[in-house]
Write a protein that binds this ligand. Structure first.
Ligand SMILES: N[C@@H](CCC(=O)N[C@@H](CS)C(=O)NCC(=O)O)C(=O)O
Length: 187
């Protein structure tokens, strides 16, 4: 089983944590943008090879892992929606980050201002939605992977929020999360 990805990607990190959690033995193949462009039609990481099956998205990978574990994957509609909201914010934030490297900023492009606002409104909504629910599911782990990446890349600061402020502390108590911080390459 081969997981292709980067050590800094929050999508890849979620998969690595789930696969460790499931006790799956896998080879991690560090893959840059050029390699993902040649090897996956999505031109993104992660992608996973399992016995001739190629999964090209972190969500299909996570579903496969959880089913392999005999665990439900986001079976509750509320949890599924929270997961999708995190994904939308994360896609927008990664998009902003990559475009900034190309010299494009929200101040210059109206659609990027919308992307920036989307990240903010989603974080505000998630702060309320996670108030009443536990953080241990894949929705909570998705949020932790996103917030950790956002801090690492200086994109958002969860400490300014109520519930969101405690998410990283909660997940940092788990060895598989603590050992996969984007600032710890190679682990
Ligand atoms: N929907 C994908 C998104 C993955 C994604 O955006 N990965 C980023 C790395 S953090 C990437 O490969 N970006 C390259 C690009 O956008 O060209 C998933 O959940 O796996």
């Amino acid at each position: 089983m081969k997981l292709h990805g980067s050590y800094t990607s929050p999508y890849v990190r979620h998969c690595r944590i789930a696969m460790r959690d499931a006790g799956l033995a896998f080879e991690f193949i560090e893959t840059d943008n050029g390699q993902s462009a040649r090897q996956s039609p999505t031109q993104r990481v992660p992608f996973l090879d399992i016995d001739g099956l190629r999964l090209t998205d972190s969500t299909s990978i996570l579903r496969w892992v959880r089913e392999h574990q005999g665990r439900p994957f986001l079976a509750d509609p509320g949890a599924f929606d929270r997961y999708l909201m995190v994904n939308t914010a994360m896609d927008a934030a990664v998009n902003l980050f990559l475009l900034e490297r190309d010299g494009l900023r929200p101040e210059d492009v109206p659609y990027l201002a919308r992307q920036r606002d989307r990240v903010r409104t989603i974080l505000e909504a998630l702060d309320l939605r996670f108030q009443a629910v536990g953080l241990d599911g894949d929705d909570g782990l998705r949020l932790a992977c996103f917030l950790s990446w956002a801090m690492f890349r200086d994109r958002a600061d969860p400490t300014g929020y109520g519930t969101l402020g405690g998410v990283l502390e909660h997940w940092d108590a788990r060895p598989e999360f603590a050992a996969t911080h984007p600032g710890l390459p190679g682990r």
